[in-house]
Design a protein around this ligand. Sequence first.
Ligand code: NDP
Ligand code: BG6
Length: 505
Amino acid sequence: MVPSENPLLDNLRIEPTPGATTLVIFGASGDLTRRKLLPALYSLSRGQRLPARFAVVGVARTATSDEQFRQQFHDSLQEFAKVDARSDEVVRSLQAQMYFVAGELDDPGLYARLAARLKEIGSEGVLYYLAIPPGVYGTVAEGLEKAGLAGTPEDGWRRLIVEKPFGTDLASAQSLNAQLHRHFTEDQIFRIDHYLGKETVQNLLVLRFANGMFEPIWNRRYIDHVQITAAETVGVERRASYYEGAGALRDMVQNHLMQLLSLVAMEPPTEFTASSVRDRKMDALLAVQPVVGGDEPPAVVRAQYREGWVAGAEVPAYRTEPGVAPDSKTETFVALRLKLDSWRWAGVPFYLRSGKRLPKRTTEIAIQFHRPPLQIFKRVSPTPLASDLLVINVQPDEGISLRFNAKIPGTRMQVAPVMMNFGYGTSFQGEVPEAYETLPLDAMLGDPTLFARHDFVEASWALITPINELWQKESGVPPTYQAGDWGPPEADALIAKDGRRWRTL
Ligand code: NDP
Ligand code: BG6
């Protein structure tokens, strides 16, 4: 741990460590495991955050020996964690505790072999991580329960981490919840939304509820509107087989952006416990009005990227990316306006946008305040005053900025907006943990605060599904935008209709 300038901070960094745990990764040969999970285990171990007694059991269909799995761990670190794995004591001690069990996921024999292995290891807690295609989540939950591996009161704890996507619409999410609930209780199920593991997203709770000055102004009386942006420069990458059936609305808005919205919009929880925080988030989500079926046309725009230039490189159109249908209608950009029916937010629109192949990778939440009621500087400073703005920079430059008006130094009274910036990198030393470190650790500790609850997932799908169904019925082609632009002109029109504009990022 790097000592900070403030010794108080060091004393505060006393962090709990879980008891003896075995992590069972289903899908241990897959991309997620290689790119995210194994490097995260290494970082946690290096930071002494893993239990003193910790083991990993990889599971997949392809026959793999313990030795081969240990080698895969080594290779994944070389590629994704930039570690010289041969000379690193942390790597070797983790490798010594890594095992592999291969088999078909619907074969009871697999679970019998897994049970035998878990017994040999003998941990008090077992965390199952489903890094497998969603179609087999239910199969694994059932297989575990039938083999007596889902936990009984006499066992230690047994928990299940479920990856995204959690359903493709409301009906499939409900069915998946029902399937999992047949074999595991809700408090054993940890649904990942990696945005909740991001440091700045958690800091939003602290900003709002550990300070006295923001909460009194966090409402319709002071806030004009909220903009939430998740912009990516990457295209579909090698994920067309998944993305073609998803699109930006289901891939980003249903989960990540709705989570951000609920954290901005929620009422103060009475305490920082999982149930209190998740109840208040749920209330906020339930206040969001349906986008489709109201008096007005749906305030939502979708579009797909054409060829263009991003970060100085020429990039192809979505429809010519590998694995994408030449007549694909899948949206790679979405913008929408949401209204919340609550005393706090009545009349305050929340504008959300997310897209691939945009000019810049940035995720931010912008809280735009009302202008002062009286423009007393109008005569001396003729340009209109910028309204105050609070920006939570989720990534990549994690921090918080406040824009307010100040006098330009000089003999005349002239006003201009200035920024006050807090950056994680400058205020705190040490590395910001990745979501894939924070979240599995929380699951080992049994803390579900930063995981999506079943009712939240379903309520979010209830909002998103009608939009998607509407699009499915539309016969025309969706609008397009040039790669490297901030989406189509229709997105600008959506917000301009309300007399506002998207922030220039
Ligand atoms: P991969 O296709 O790379 O890996 C799938 C893994 O599951 C392999 O280990 C595969 O091994 C195993 N597997 C077991 N049963 C099946 C089956 N019936 N069909 C296919 N594979 C099976 O997928 P990812 O690692 O990319 O994704 C895994 C899960 O994580 C998915 O739910 C995905 O949506 C989610 N996810 C992935 C992210 C990523 O960055 N990759 C990000 C967010 C979520 P074997 O063939 O030997 O059985
Ligand atoms: C994933 C989506 O959930 O989030 C991807 O499936 C997207 O399409 C990714 O690229 C963005 O995550 P991050 O952490 O890079 O903002």
